[in-house]
Design a protein around this ligand. Structure first.
Ligand SMILES: [Fe+2]
Ligand SMILES: [Fe+2]
Length: 346
């Protein structure tokens, strides 16, 4: 009889409890934002209590999952979690995306900033506040990796360093475009906001792996924001700007997908149920953070909450599906793999 079997069974059960605990906590955190956004003070108190309780549960679930993943009995695959911490992207992925970012600098028609504004004043008012925040968050702050251990990743090689620089150069370009949009609608660029401070603190102190995840999720939910503005915002310059940014963000998301698929395909990371649960929960938390701050602008333009969350869910599902497909292709093709380099642009 295999004496490790009862231990492995107990470990699986404990992992399931950790997943459920994290899921419940993350859901509670997400729902708490809806109460925090209320104008009634009792709802705000309930939301704050829910957020604290949810974050304790989510942290406990994450911690338990991390500890269990590092169990010696978890086997070689699970120790991939440790190796992943030191991995960024396979060399072929780096080369492919360096070429992509250089190509993407071309054919970028500047939005017609001087065209007449065709949005009603009651749409412009919340929109400009929202664009001011986005200008700060989307490349207007520190346009680089700011995690305490980011230099370790950048020092991995000239290719990695150049790739990260080109990626953030596009983010700086987004801030420039958004700054022009803010000026067009009569606003002023801001230098601080509570959500931006929270965003930077998580990136800085969570380590570079968490920072990459946070940036990826931000790009996914921001994609939905720009798409809804392009769909509903009846203004020629606004739509042109959204088109440009969406084109770039599609590349950024595909680049993250390729590096994750490469890591999974090489056995350095996993994209199973536990990863998907965390990914979707964190994605919904990021989406809720965005909705709390930007719902007035999106609703004034003509979007609504159901449409926003539906689009977010579709984006998260698409990412999960494609990471797994590309990882399978990596694993099947081995050293000859080509598909992750052809990560489709959406
Ligand atoms: Fe961006
Ligand atoms: Fe981006």
């Amino acid at each position: 009889m295999d004496i490790t079997q009862p231990i492995l069974t107990a470990r699986k059960a404990a992992l399931a409890v950790a997943v459920i605990t994290f899921g419940v906590g993350a859901t509670g955190m997400g729902m708490s934002f809806l109460f925090l956004a209320s104008t009634h003070h009792l709802d705000v108190i309930a939301g704050a209590a829910g957020f604290v309780g949810g974050s304790v549960l989510a942290a406990a679930g994450l911690l338990a999952g991390a500890v269990l993943s590092r169990s010696p009995l978890a086997g070689a695959n699970i120790s991939g979690e440790l190796r992943r911490a030191s991995a960024f992207a396979p060399p072929r992925v780096v080369d492919h995306w360096l070429a992509h970012f250089r190509r993407n600098r071309q054919h970028r028609p500047e939005p017609a900033w001087d065209a007449p504004v065709t949005l009603a004043p009651d749409v412009v008012r919340p929109l400009v506040k929202s664009l001011e925040q986005f200008q700060l968050g989307d490349g207007g702050g520190p346009a680089c990796l700011i995690a305490w251990n980011a230099e370790r990743l950048r020092a991995r090689g000239a290719g990695t360093r150049a790739l990260v620089d080109l990626w953030f150069a596009e983010e700086r370009e987004h801030a420039r475009l958004l700054g022009a949009a803010v000026a067009r609608f009569g606003g002023h660029c801001i230098r601080g906001h509570w959500s931006f401070t929270a965003f930077c603190l998580v990136r800085k102190y969570g380590g570079v792996r968490l920072e990459l995840t946070v940036l990826l999720l931000t790009e996914i939910v921001s994609t939905v924001y720009y798409r809804l503005l392009r769909r509903h915002g009846a203004d020629v310059a606004l739509r042109s700007m959204c088109r440009l940014i969406l084109r770039d963000e599609a590349g950024h998301i595909a680049f993250h997908r390729a590096r994750l698929a490469g890591a999974v395909g090489a056995g350095r990371a996993r994209c199973g149920t536990w990863w998907e649960t965390r990914f979707r929960a964190l994605g919904l938390a990021a989406a809720t953070m965005l909705w709390v701050n930007h719902a007035p602008a999106l609703c004034a333009a003509g979007a609504n909450r159901a449409e926003f969350y539906r689009e977010v869910w579709i984006e998260l599902s698409r990412f999960v599906r494609r990471v797994r497909r590309e990882a399978r292709e990596w694993a099947e093709d081995g050293a000859q793999a080509t598909n992750p380099l052809h990560a489709s642009q959406r």
